[in-house]
Design a binder for this molecule. Sequence first.
Ligand code: ATP
Ligand code: MG
Ligand code: FE
Length: 339
Amino acid sequence: ALVLGIESSCDETAVALVDSERHIVAQRIASQDEDHAPFGGVVPEIAARAHAERLAPMIAGVLEDAGIALSECDAIAATAGPGLIGGVMVGLVSAKALAMATDTPLIAINHLEGHALSPRLADESIAFPYALLLVSGGHCQILRVDGVGEYRRLATTIDDALGEAFDKTAKILGLGFPGGPAVERAALEGDARAVPLPRPMVGSGEPHFSFAGLKSAVLRAHESGQYETADIAASFQQAAVDCVTDRLRIALAEMDDVDTLVVAGGVAANATVRAALEQLAVDHDMRFAAPPPKLCTDNAAMIAWAGIERLGQSDPLDISARPRWPLDPEAEPVRGAGV
Ligand code: ATP
Ligand code: MG
Ligand code: FE
């Protein structure tokens, strides 16, 4: 089977064709980094307009690259949320039009499910259930994944997402946008023990996250003028990693029967994060998996793959774009936390 995937929930416009043998037959990604860089963050209106201008020619381009007609696709999968609503609407409405014109099933995909299932696109041996650390620009969660659509959230952040903390740290340190890769690069030249920074929530019996205090401490360290930028970046990255591994230890204690630890989302592209999680998995006698970095940050191959996993499903043409869409709708609200 062959699925066309469309992603437009944040600031990458992406289109991909993926088959059930896990081949990414063709894909294109247009990053809007240059459009948003002057503002130091994603501007929703600019993002929506950029998606609207770029998406249609990219769909045509991907089909051309693959030498495939739209009518040969078994489904059209598009991100239907969560994300910046203008962008999500551009992708979802485009998918609806294509589905209607070719009488092909439309599959509305939760962007977070795209991230959550991406390790299975990269590696066919990743089987359910697995423990998932989902760390992206808007989310920081630990989930138990029992199957497609079967997610139990064990932890979330009470303030910032981990990717957001990287982005804010980059902004404070003047490292530019997007922040994650910039902080990782700067940290290579720094000493992770140079700057004393807090590890928020570490020691708490609940596995939740908090990064706002860490960000404030980075700001104070920067403003003190006592430290090198690279040392702050490295110390921040290490503090973040220490928080993540401590929180995961608590959550994994509740998942005794799970033998695979998986990380996904943009921050999963970070080599220090990956190495720490791999070690954590070894300590817990678990298998560790992380998709290749290009499948961690936003892309359409993971959306097409989620469509493959959901093949047979067909969503109505009046389905709505959703700015919020939790993977685990049953999860209890945590004080101050988003979904
Ligand atoms: P969400 O998936 O929650 O809706 P998003 O789609 O904006 O949010 P992703 O594209 O999945 O987020 O991830 C982007 C985030 O990942 C950004 O915050 C970025 O700084 C971070 N990131 C990307 N690469 C790295 C890296 N090498 N190290 C640390 N963080 C990174
Ligand atoms: Mg981006
Ligand atoms: Fe994402």
